[in-house]
Design a protein around this ligand. Structure first.
Ligand code: ZN
Length: 429
């Protein structure tokens, strides 16, 4: 009995001690603010080069102070921070980007392009080395850029706070390092339409908490809208010869896919977002046209006023926040092949069966056949169904339907729900 008590004490003590140790690590090396690294990716289907653009000192660090090392390593890109001149890893985070998607389009076979993007890390107290890595088509991790940053360097630009009004659409936890902080940026709302933007922020919050598992974690989210007016109302639609002067220059027909609505104006997006604490950037586009987009730890966008908007908003957030893949496979996209079927994709809700371990094998009933036939009797079963990630053959998904596939069922499959829940806990613990 005594031994049991002692064991319990030791276990309990360990649980307290581990976060305390991680907190001490954060306080030893980092401040409460963040360092944004703006850089450019240039390349095509064959080659990629990284080049530095600017370093910016932003006012908030809203990420976790205890989960500093990203052991999920989702995304084809990873940023790592080391104590300068050593291999002592202090921080890491996986992400995706628009450039990576573009290299899967036919255009990248014949053209070289540049895309600007950013990584945000906690602002250091002493010199650090920052390294950026990219996974190749064969899934090898290649270092693309490494730089030493001295926090006293006067070339680090101080963030220019624009002082825009903020709408607190939902504050579940005032402690930003224990919450998922979402900043909503308005695209194509004029000054006169800011009232509509506030209503659309409320609609975003209502939509988010309409879905499991978000409904169980209201206290883990903060949603802030930043009141950025655009000169003109609406959005650029090149296929219809409509061009609008808007705050962040979003455009439908991205990669020549009509409903894909993205922007390459990274600096404008980031300069706006930095005014409030953020882990995720969401752009609401003031239009009734169906569309949007979402890239893991990059940004999400969605049309605000379409009859499917609630579903689109949360589907895209599945990509941007939890790294979920599309589970559909017979739909037209602008991509040739997004996935190399000879390697296991990093997304938690698809598998090429090259390495199924670490996916959803533990959620499968032993009696369920693998692969699982797409038959009515398996409609409510977690399985391994062929088709997913835009590939009808050689890629598999966990359920016959899911919000990452269609809007019929109005819910995420159990595998996607678990992936979302894990990500919420990653940010909030
Ligand atoms: Zn799913």
């Amino acid at each position: 009995m005594k031994q049991k008590t002692l064991l319990l004490l030791v276990l309990f003590g360990l649980q307290v001690w581990l976060p305390m140790k991680a907190l001490a690590q954060f306080d030893n090396y980092f401040t409460e603010s963040s360092l944004r690294v703006d850089y450019v990716l240039t390349g095509n289907n064959k080659t990629t080069t990284f080049s530095l653009k600017e370093l910016i000192h932003e006012p908030y660090w809203s990420g976790s102070k205890t989960n500093l090392i990203d052991d999920l390593e989702f995304g084809n890109y990873i940023v790592k921070v080391f104590e300068a001149g050593t291999d002592h890893l202090l921080f890491s985070k996986g992400y995706q980007n628009l450039y990576g998607e573009w290299t899967s389009t036919p255009e990248a076979l014949k053209l070289t392009k540049s895309f600007e993007e950013s990584v945000v890390v906690p602002f250091p107290k002493a010199k650090i080395d920052i390294a950026l890595y990219r996974k190749t088509w064969e899934n090898e991790l290649v270092e693309g850029m490494r730089l030493t940053v001295n926090p006293d360097d006067y070339f680090i630009r101080d963030y220019d706070n624009l002082g825009l009004p903020v709408y607190d659409a939902w504050i579940g936890n005032k402690d930003i390092t224990h919450a998922v902080d979402i900043v909503i940026l308005p695209e194509g709302y004029t000054q006169a339409e800011m009232g509509k933007f506030i209503k659309d922020c409320d609609f975003f919050v209502k939509s988010l908490f309409d879905y499991a598992p978000y409904d169980r974690y209201r206290e883990s989210f903060n949603v802030r809208g930043l009141m950025v007016p655009s000169e003109e109302s609406g959005c650029t639609m090149p296929g219809d010869h409509i061009y609008k002067n808007t705050a962040m220059r979003f455009s439908f027909w991205t990669f020549d896919s009509e409903r894909y609505c993205m922007s390459t104006d990274n600096r404008d997006i980031r300069d706006l977002a930095g005014q409030v604490p953020y882990d995720q950037i969401y752009i609401l586009v003031n239009t009734e046209k169906y569309g949007g987009g979402g890239i893991y730890n990059f940004y999400c966008s969605s049309a605000s006023s379409n009859s499917f908007s609630g579903d689109v908003i949360i589907h895209e957030f599945g990509h941007g926040f939890a790294g979920l893949a599309d589970e559909y496979y017979n739909d037209e996209t602008g991509y040739d092949h997004m996935y190399n079927l000879a390697v296991e994709p990093w997304e938690p809700n698809i598998t090429s069966l090259v390495d199924f371990s670490g996916k959803w094998g533990d959620m499968l009933d032993k009696k369920t056949p693998v692969p699982t036939p797409r038959e009515k009797k398996y409609e409510q079963t977690i399985g391994v169904f062929e088709g997913g990630g835009y590939e009808p053959k050689g890629m598999y998904s966990p359920h016959m339907d899911c919000l990452m596939k269609t809007f019929k069922g109005h819910e995420f499959c159990p595998v996607c729900q678990r992936a979302i829940e894990r990500m919420i806990l990653y940010y909030s613990k």
